[in-house]
Ligand binder design. Structure first.
Ligand SMILES: *[C@@H]1O[C@H](CO)[C@@H](O)[C@H](O)[C@H]1NC(C)=O
Ligand SMILES: *[C@@H]1O[C@H](CO)[C@@H](O)[C@H](O)[C@H]1NC(C)=O
Ligand SMILES: *[C@@H]1O[C@H](CO)[C@@H](O)[C@H](O)[C@H]1NC(C)=O
Ligand SMILES: *[C@@H]1O[C@H](CO)[C@@H](O)[C@H](O)[C@H]1NC(C)=O
Ligand SMILES: *[C@@H]1O[C@H](CO)[C@@H](O)[C@H](O)[C@H]1NC(C)=O
Ligand SMILES: *[C@@H]1O[C@H](CO)[C@@H](O)[C@H](O)[C@H]1NC(C)=O
Length: 927
């Protein structure tokens, strides 16, 4: 591919009729009304520099304060906003980095520059903060650049345009000029050709332009301008500027590097002369390769602008941001620029300070790129042809590098505070909002709500976002995973923006903390004689539980029954020990060991929160032994016999069933001589005994895996006994089937009434009553005494008088005393003869319960002096079985009466089981 610059002037052989055209004249000479810079000199944020064929203007971020910055070109008094299309057409390039630093490259040949002899260029611009109208936010920039080192051809490649300018004046390009002259007219001298060439290549003489795409396409100047090309002539140069996406450009692959080419031949025509200028620019659009550490940019050693491979490179420079750097600077930065075979190779380490990192959101993922704009500047000579100065300002952006942020969980469990650090991010990331479990908040809203959001900056300019949310915040989701363990979860979606283009992306994270921080409810209890008093203290979850008493949940009825009281922290209740929810562990003679089970459980998770049991002994009369021989007994269903049905219980006689029963109790009441009650006598004590069982020999059904199986062995037996002494009653023994370590029942006491009465006469039908005493009797007159067991209906009991005696004083143990009956027999030493009288079996229901005896009224004398005219009679009686030996005592025959004084006698036979009976005062009457 050869393409070379030439300016050719042809003689027109034909007379061409040219229509007079009104060209739009692009003024290359402008007269500027120079507006004094208002703030420019005071401001440090603006900097301009002349860098060869262009000017660079930088605007520091500190000037913009985050505002977007816009630029205007100033054309005399006219101000033209630099839109992207105007900038590309007129030779401006505007760039910014994420921090808000702006960079403008303005070609010295831009549409608006003031141009004096292609050597002094005045560029006026305005820098404007978008949206701010205040005058101080508009800065006037005036810069004058001197540049007269124009090569015959200068090519400038920037991101948004390609510019080529060529010398159009013959005298300045004589070295390369190839002049073709048609036969001279006699009218014109030798000077003609040069003059005419200068004149002919002025803009108004552009006759037509031929674009090579690479197919030829001819246009007139107006069409080319309308299409968007910029075509201008300065005093000595023809300037062509084109965007990369213009229709008449094309791509050419040069040594593996794609290049965009614009190639135009411009024909100037004046009268019979036509001059032709070739303008061509070729700018690379590729050639990059990347590793993580290195950017490699390949540029073809021989490019389409060179006429041949003979072109020799005179200068090769590297630059950054449009400015040449020297080898020392290159070395310091680690840049390489070499020529390898057919390529010029530039190597730039990723991450150097001349470039910058920028954030991107790609598929909602955080990525960064490294951006740098190297410059390649070449000067070559095309053999015999002219030199070309060639500059490429080549912005490079590395491929997207994913940088998933890291969540640093700094949560402080003691402070009960989620603390999450998310980063790192570049500075061009802004946290916009945060989506919590229930709400989306902006950063300001979140902070106002007590959520602490901070931006943390690192030394290298990166930053991270720190978020602190108390566990107690409603955004924290609490899940109870165990009876005492909760998981606190903070789910967050961060809403970010990439500045300045406001690309949104989000990042979801979730942190959780497992805490064993549940205080379970507790149960305490105590008992009085009637009730269990239960106090439930709620844990830290409040009343989140159900109460089960025994095996039943609390119902409204039970609440009322147990007097449930509740406030925010406690529930109290009082359960009577006879309540149906109470279970009985043991029966004692006079108490019942009862237990209440209180279970607190979580109704949703079915967790047991507290399991409480309290057992107490409650006083309770289990057996009563009445004097009339009636016995009552209570059988209690105890826990150890779960299958017991109280109403099935019987006494020994299975026909003796409970008088009353419910689920827990069976109440028996029966006569001592019935229901298989046994009686035993021991030492004057009569003991009745019966037992309550689950029927004699009747099987007890046990539930075993749902199938009833008969158990031949009654598991339940309550033995009760009533032990009677005279006036004393002993009661019951209880036990279920004997078990080890079980306390034996205690013994209770009762009484059995025996009376000693004085009858009016030997018929024993009438008796002296209280008011009759003291009874007065004559000496020797008979006293008829009756001793009788009251109330008892047991026909087999016999009341036996063991000892009877008389005393002078009321105290039964006083002296003097006189024995009347000794060991069940009349005192044979008694001259006053005590006589037992039989009891008429038909006169009363239980003759064995009665003893009659008679003594003659007597007095106590000492030394033949009557001591006092009164006596008291005392007896000791015992109960015995009518078949017992003690009752069948054989008394010796009465001895002949002795006369004389009564003899004192010691009595040793005093037993506690004996009933002590005493008469009231009996007076002696001598009249
Ligand atoms: C510059 O201003 C002049 C006169 O105001 C105008 O004719 C010319 O078209 C302007 N140039 C541009 C590029 O706008
Ligand atoms: C900046 O520093 C932070 C913290 O030291 C680090 O995580 C991050 O990778 C650094 N960023 C760059 C671009 O070096
Ligand atoms: C939150 O921010 C993200 C990212 O900037 C945005 O896409 C989203 O619409 C925002 N949500 C709300 C509710 O404002
Ligand atoms: C709730 O009741 C308990 C026990 O009766 C009592 O100690 C506590 O002070 C009460 N609390 C309130 C807030 O009334
Ligand atoms: C015995 O006395 C008790 C209590 O006074 C009474 O309930 C019961 O009926 C009496 N028994 C007889 C047989 O009179
Ligand atoms: C029976 O015994 C009690 C004391 O155990 C006594 O108070 C009461 O008087 C006695 N009754 C008779 C009739 O002796």
């Amino acid at each position: 591919m050869t393409w070379f610059l030439c300016i050719c002037t042809f003689w027109l052989l034909m007379v061409m009729v040219l229509a007079q055209k009104n060209f739009n004249v692009l003024s290359t000479q402008k007269s500027f009304n120079v507006v004094p810079a208002q703030n420019f000199n005071q401001r440090t944020g603006l900097e301009t520099s002349c860098l060869g064929s262009y000017m660079r203007l930088t605007v520091d971020k500190s000037l913009a304060f985050g505002n977007e910055v816009e630029f205007d070109a100033v054309n005399g008094s006219q101000i033209e906003p630099l839109t992207p299309s105007l900038a590309a057409k007129c030779g401006f390039r505007i760039d910014s980095d994420p921090w808000g630093n702006y960079k403008v490259f303005a070609s010295l040949l831009n549409c608006f520059a003031g141009n004096e002899d292609d050597a002094v260029f005045d560029i006026d611009m305005r820098v404007r903060m978008r949206g701010v109208k205040a005058a101080q936010d508009v800065f006037e920039v005036e810069k004058t650049c001197n540049y007269d080192q124009w090569s015959p051809r200068e090519v400038l490649c920037t991101r948004n345009y390609m510019e080529v300018s060529v010398n159009r004046l013959p005298e300045e390009i004589t070295a390369l000029r190839k002049q073709v002259m048609l036969p001279r007219s006699k009218k014109f001298g030798d000077q003609w050709s040069e003059t005419v060439t200068e004149a002919i290549t002025s803009r108004q003489n552009i006759w037509r332009m031929v674009f090579f795409t690479p197919k030829q396409k001819a246009m007139v100047l107006e069409d080319a301008l309308r299409t968007g090309y910029s075509i201008a002539t300065t005093r000595s140069r023809l300037v062509l500027r084109s965007g990369y996406d213009m229709p008449e450009t094309y791509v050419e692959n040069v040594n593996g590097v794609p290049m965009k080419v614009i190639k135009v031949t411009t024909y100037f025509k004046k009268e019979w002369s036509v001059t032709m200028l070739d303008t061509v620019a070729a700018c690379p659009t590729g050639g990059l390769s990347f590793t993580d550490e290195m950017i490699t940019w390949n540029f073809p050693r021989f490019n389409p602008l060179m006429s041949s491979r003979a072109a020799s490179l005179l200068e090769v420079f590297m630059g950054i941001d449009g400015k040449q750097i020297d080898s020392l600077q290159m070395e310091a930065r680690g840049y390489y620029l070499t020529i390898v075979d057919d390529l010029i190779v530039m190597k730039i380490p990723t991450g150097g300070p001349d470039g910058y990192y920028k954030s991107h959101a790609v598929n909602n993922q955080y990525h960064i790129t490294y951006n740098i704009e190297p410059m390649l500047e070449l000067l070559w000579s095309d053999g015999a042809m002219d030199t070309t100065r060639y500059k490429v300002l080549f912005p490079i952006q590395t491929p997207f590098m994913p940088r998933p942020p890291h969540v640093d969980d700094l949560t402080d469990v003691d402070q009960k505070m989620f603390d999450v650090l998310l980063g790192p991010f570049l500075n061009d990331i802004e946290l916009v909002n945060i989506t919590f479990s229930t709400e989306v908040l902006t950063v300001a809203e979140a902070n106002a709500r007590g959520i602490n959001i901070q931006e943390q900056r690192f030394q290298n300019g990166s930053k991270a976002f720190r978020l602190q949310v108390p566990f107690s915040d409603s955004f924290v989701v609490i899940t109870q995973v165990d009876v005492v363990v909760r998981v606190y979860t903070l789910g967050i979606i961060y809403g970010f923006m990439v500045l300045p283009e406001y690309t949104p992306f989000s990042y979801s994270s979730s942190v959780d903390v497992t805490l064993q921080d549940i205080i379970l409810p507790t149960v305490r209890g105590s008992c009085d004689d009637e009730k269990f008093h239960i106090m439930i203290s709620f844990g830290n979850l409040g009343k989140n539980f159900n109460i089960m008493i025994g095996t039943h949940d609390m119902t409204p009825d039970r609440k009322a029954e147990y007097g449930v009281k509740e406030n925010n922290t406690h529930t109290s209740l009082a359960v009577p020990f006879l309540a149906s929810d109470v279970v009985y562990e043991l029966m004692y003679a006079s108490s019942l060991r009862a237990r209440i089970d209180v279970l607190l459980w979580d109704p949703s998770k079915k967790w047991t929160l507290s399991d409480f049991s309290l057992a107490c002994n409650f006083p309770m009369t289990m057996t009563e032994c009445f004097s009339n021989g009636t016995m009552s007994a209570l059988a209690v269903k105890v826990e150890s016999v779960p299958q017991l049905v109280p109403h099935q219980l019987t006494l020994r006689d299975p026909s003796c069933r409970p008088k009353f029963s419910n689920d827990h109790f069976a109440y028996f009441s029966f006569e001592a001589n019935s229901c298989g009650t046994t009686r035993t006598f021991h030492d004057g004590v009569v003991t009745y005994q019966n037992e309550i069982t689950l029927g004699n020999g009747l099987p007890v059904y046990q539930l075993s895996k749902g199938v009833p199986t008969a158990s031949p062995d009654p598991e339940y037996r309550v033995t009760m006994s009533c032990s009677y002494t005279l006036n004393d009653t002993q009661t019951i023994a209880f036990f279920t089937k004997p078990r080890e370590n079980e306390p034996m029942p205690e013994t209770g006491f009762g009484e059995l009434q025996v009376v000693l009465r004085l009858a009016l006469d030997g018929s024993f039908n009438q008796f002296y009553v209280e008011e009759d005493y003291p009874v007065v009797k004559y000496l020797g007159s008979p006293l008829f005494f009756e001793v009788m067991l009251l109330q008892s209906t047991d026909p087999q009991i016999e009341l036996v008088l063991e000892n009877c005696w008389a005393t002078l004083k009321e105290d039964r143990n006083s002296t003097p005393r006189w024995d009347l009956i000794v060991d069940g027999c009349v005192n044979l030493a008694d001259g006053y003869e005590t006589v037992f009288h039989p009891v008429d079996p038909n006169s009363i229901p239980f003759p064995m319960h009665v003893k009659h005896f008679e003594v003659k009224m007597f007095t106590f004398v000492e030394n033949d002096v009557v001591l006092q005219d009164q006596i008291f009679v005392h007896c000791e009686a015992v109960l015995c079985d009518d078949s017992d030996g003690i009752c069948k005592r054989h008394c010796p025959s009465p001895l002949p009466l002795k006369t004389g004084k009564k003899v004192r006698r010691e009595t040793t036979n005093v037993q506690s089981q004996r009933v002590q009976l005493s008469s009231r005062k009996i007076m002696f009457s001598s009249s």
